[in-house]
Design a protein around this ligand. Structure first.
Ligand SMILES: CC(=O)SCCNC(=O)CCNC(=O)[C@H](O)C(C)(C)COP(=O)(O)OP(=O)(O)OC[C@H]1O[C@@H](n2cnc3c(N)ncnc32)[C@H](O)[C@@H]1OP(=O)(O)O
Length: 405
């Protein structure tokens, strides 16, 4: 058994906890030079550390930002951006204590939702997080792939210098807006690490911007990995898309058109794309776009269930009553009526019963109630309520986060 205390870290403990996280994730210890560039992205605020004496043995970090929910509202969210326990102190309850402290803090601050990307999908369900938005990996073969003649073509794509990218991309991301459920605001502190890794002096990525009739409306960040060898002298590079954001379908199509036009490339490879992004449909032969994987991307935890349910909208169909169980934040346990007029606590008998992590899976519209009931995650007390819940929670656009944090 390890004795440890959990508390907010101090300013002096920022660097050691950042290093601890890096070690837990198997990245190199940061140099003084790198820390000078990215240290501001790791403020002490909202970071819980587990300490054995003065030595940090675990950390759970989050930052406050905003997320788009179904219906278009943009609400406050705690984005959990770094969780790690020192390898010689794992499986002794350190993470459990850190999660309890972090969730209690998020709840006390009145933030209704928490989100994260999980290193392993088995870790966070027990703390009430559900896999809420999936991401697709798509690989398009070049030069074979040809765009269908009706794919919109408009505007212009221009490449930015690294300095221009650092200056222009944060504002452009804000301008594009959070137009899909699951999209996340990128606060100022998010950018320095992303810039440093990809477009700054240590990065190798290219940034290209699309301009439409109303100005800049999309951008892509990509890298190319050379695959030519003595055995395969004609093999082109693989172009790896890191970040592709567009205000609408025309800008998105223009960015894909640009990516598919880059010479000496044998494949364009994009991970964590929206599951409904119609890349295959944009091609004359859709087998040239292969969906290689669909994986969990954004995990979501309703921290204040009533506020979370009240923040999104629902389709027009009769209401359902959900019995929600939350073992980590028991104040959430109770019955909620959910319908086109909104959501509220109720004493009415429940139609469907589920744990709060399953509510996280339902919340952004990624999973249907039918699928979750078939998987045994929803206990069906009134069979007619399942189809109503399907209709209430579904969204036209698949949820998508699009921001790694
Ligand atoms: C949002 C993000 O930052 S994702 C990144 C998460 N961090 C990492 O993956 C870095 C490497 N891993 C680690 O640092 C640690 O192993 C952690 C943070 C995943 C887990 O920390 P621990 O202190 O070992 O967790 P803790 O002891 O509280 O475990 C709680 C429960 O989760 C289980 N658990 C914890 N980690 C894992 C895992 N990786 N796989 C499966 N089960 C796990 C434990 O077995 C335990 O189960 P139990 O309650 O049934 O006994």
């Amino acid at each position: 058994m390890t004795d440890f205390d959990v508390r907010l870290i101090t300013d002096e403990e920022r660097r050691s906890t950042f290093d601890l996280l890096g070690r837990a994730l198997h990245s190199n210890r940061v140099s003084d030079e790198t820390w000078a560039r990215v240290g501001d992205s790791w403020p002490a605020a909202h970071k819980f550390g587990a300490f054995d004496g003065d030595a940090p043995i675990g950390v759970a970090s989050s930052f406050d930002t905003e997320i788009a929910v179904p219906g278009g509202a943009v609400v406050g969210v705690a984005a959990v951006d770094g969780v790690g326990v020192r390898a010689d102190r794992t499986r002794r309850g350190v993470l459990t204590a850190l999660m309890a402290a972090q969730l209690a803090d998020v709840a006390a601050r009145g933030v209704a939702l928490a989100v994260l990307h999980a290193s392993e999908p088995t870790i966070y369900g027990r703390f009430g997080y559900g896999s809420a938005a999936l991401g697709k990996t798509v690989r398009v073969a070049r030069p074979a792939a040809r765009l269908h003649e009706r794919v919109p073509a408009s505007g212009d794509v221009r490449m930015l210098t690294p300095d221009e990218a650092v200056k222009e991309i944060p504002g452009l991301y804000r301008r594009i807006g959070l137009h899909r459920p699951g999209m996340l605001g990128r606060p100022d502190l998010w950018w320095p690490i992303a810039h440093d890794r990809h477009v700054g002096p240590a990065g190798s990525h290219v940034v290209a911007v699309h301009s439409g009739p109303d100005g800049d409306d999309g951008f892509v960040v990509y890298d190319t990995v050379e695959h030519r060898s003595l055995d395969a002298p004609d093999e082109g590079a693989v172009l790896k898309v890191r970040d592709l954001q567009a205000a609408g379908p025309v800008a998105r199509a223009a960015l894909w058109r640009f990516l598919l036009s880059v010479d000496l490339v044998s494949a364009v490879h994009a991970r964590h794309r929206p599951v409904d992004e119609p890349v295959a449909a944009m091609l004359t032969d859709h087998r040239h776009a292969r969906s290689l994987d669909v994986e969990d991307d954004l995990w979501l935890r309703p921290v204040d269930v009533a506020a979370a349910l009240g923040a999104r909208t629902y389709r027009t169909v009769g209401p359902v009553v959900l019995a929600v169980t939350d073992r980590t934040l028991p104040a959430n346990t109770g019955h909620y009526t959910v319908g086109p007029d909104g959501a509220a606590r109720t004493d009415t008998a429940a139609d469907l019963a589920l744990d709060v992590d399953t509510l996280g899976m339902l919340y952004l519209g990624q999973w249907s109630a039918t699928a979750l009931a078939q998987a045994g995650r929803i206990e069906v007390r009134d069979p007619a309520a399942v189809a109503r819940a399907d209709e209430l929670f579904t969204t036209v656009a698949a949820p998508w986060c699009g921001t790694l944090f």
